[in-house]
Design a protein around this ligand. Structure first.
Ligand SMILES: Cc1ncc(COP(=O)(O)O)c(C=O)c1O
Length: 438
């Protein structure tokens, strides 16, 4: 549409979030990559597409159907109804998710505390919608943070109050300071959003010691922790990784957000939330927070597609409910790519202190710090003139201060593409430094 055609509404007449950078960020980044299809993308945090297999999707569906009839004793009519009819709001693969969490994470959950959602994104929305009870409520979040979280918070009118992340993933002392500061300002911090494993965008993981300190602080300050864990299985080291917050949570302080986008298929759009906090209703009856989230879900997406859930369920069943077992090939490819990227950066920027980068122990993302502000205009120039895409880190901060860093992702590329992308990025950085110097 052109600007000269008559308009019926303006964005200013709609929900204020619609004009907010947190909501426009993902579209902007997609548009840039569509405009420059020939550019190598070190921007997309999507899983590697060569592993997608349509035949396997049919098999997973059949496996889950067989599970319904053979293991659970459903009649053919019941099984057909369960897969094809409207269904249980909290989902139909909750038992399998609970088993998966026990097998892979050592987390014990009551399946009734699980709500299967349309991606982790819906899970975040449901939790934030439920927690935002009044205008005094705020959400604490480690900065930089995932833009999908900030956007969802905007949509439910919940301000996001930043907490320092730093090199250790979360500055627990700063969290304590920010809780008090928010309270002193008459606000009510409801929860703190954290990604303890290979965070998006920083790539950083929180140490086992800081995880325990976080839980202690959450109990002292009567705060919930929202633990988002889409990348935890993709650790590079051979040894075990630290336990999740939920595995350490003995006081129902942690609401755990899960996604099958990276470990099974993003196109299935299936995620979940574990919300075992005990909620008293007006009639005195007590039930898990999951029940309240399901009430919201019933008014947003009704239920998560049972066909999509069956695909996830089948994949779980075929792997003894272990996504660690199901992702051996994926984990090794992402680990190889991450090492290749870090080695490639080291080779291209030897001894140049002005260009630094994180060295994550897993996940998809590396953050490169450069000696100049990185903005959307530079990304556009990078795509057009140098043929390489990345994500400006400014997109992950909830303010407009300039940020001298960019995020690289290794998930959707080959080592050869990483080499080409890094050569192009090096040329951009070198030219930009020279341009600014002279
Ligand atoms: C940290 C984080 N949380 C949540 C999501 C959304 O997951 P889903 O695709 O399951 O909605 C993503 C997707 O990239 C993510 O990086």
């Amino acid at each position: 549409m052109t600007a000269t055609e008559p308009v019926d509404l303006t964005v200013a007449d709609l929900h204020p979030a619609l004009g907010d950078p947190a909501l426009t960020s993902m579209n902007f980044l997609n548009e840039v990559s569509e405009r420059y299809p020939a550019a190598v993308s070190l921007a997309a945090g999507r899983p590697y597409e060569e592993f997608f297999d349509l035949a396997a999707v049919h098999r997973h569906l059949d496996t889950f159907h067989k599970h319904l009839t053979d293991d659970l004793g459903h009649s053919p009519e019941q099984a057909r109804r369960l897969l094809l009819q409207y269904g249980r709001t909290k989902g139909i693969v909750h038992q399998l998710i609970a088993r998966n969490l026990a097998v892979d994470e050592g987390i014990t959950v009551d399946p009734e505390a699980v709500v299967v959602t349309v991606g982790c994104q819906e899970a975040m929305f449901l939790v934030l919608r439920a927690l935002r009870a009044g205008p005094e409520d705020v959400l604490l979040a480690v900065a930089p943070t995932y833009v999908g979280l900030t956007g969802a918070a905007r949509l439910v009118d919940l301000p996001v109050w930043p907490v320092a992340g730093g090199p250790s993933g979360v500055d627990v002392a700063d969290l304590s300071v920010q809780v008090r500061r928010a309270r002193a300002a008459g606000l009510r911090p409801r929860a703190c959003y954290v990604m303890p494993d290979f965070a998006n965008p920083s790539g950083v993981s929180i140490s086992a010691e800081d995880r325990r300190r976080l839980l202690t602080l959450a109990a002292e300050e009567d705060l919930l922790l929202l633990e988002d864990n889409p990348y935890g299985l993709f650790h590079s080291a051979d040894g075990p990784r630290p336990p999740t917050l939920k595995a350490l949570d003995t006081g129902r302080r942690v609401v755990y957000l899960g996604s099958f986008a990276k470990t099974v298929l993003p196109g299935a759009r299936v995620g979940y939330v574990v919300a075992d906090q005990r909620v008293a209703g007006p009639d005195g009856r007590v039930g898990p927070l999951a029940d309240q989230l399901a009430m919201i879900k019933s008014m947003v997406t009704v239920n998560t597609s049972p066909i999509a859930q069956a695909v996830i369920g089948g994949r779980l069943l075929e792997n003894g409910c272990s996504l660690v077992a199901a992702n051996i090939r994926e984990r090794s490819a992402y680990t190889r790519n991450l090492r290749h990227l870090v080695t490639g950066l080291r080779r291209r920027f030897p001894g140049r202190a002005a260009v630094r980068w994180t060295v994550p122990a897993g996940g998809f993302f590396v953050v490169v710090t450069v000696p100049f502000p990185v903005d959307d205009a530079l990304l556009d120039r990078s795509a057009r003139d140098y043929g390489v895409l990345w994500t400006p880190m400014a997109h992950f901060y909830d303010d407009t201060a300039p940020v001298c860093a960019l995020r690289l992702s290794v998930s959707a590329v080959t080592p050869q593409q990483i080499d080409v992308g890094l050569d192009r990025l090096t040329a951009l950085i070198t030219d930009e430094v020279a341009r600014r110097a002279g």
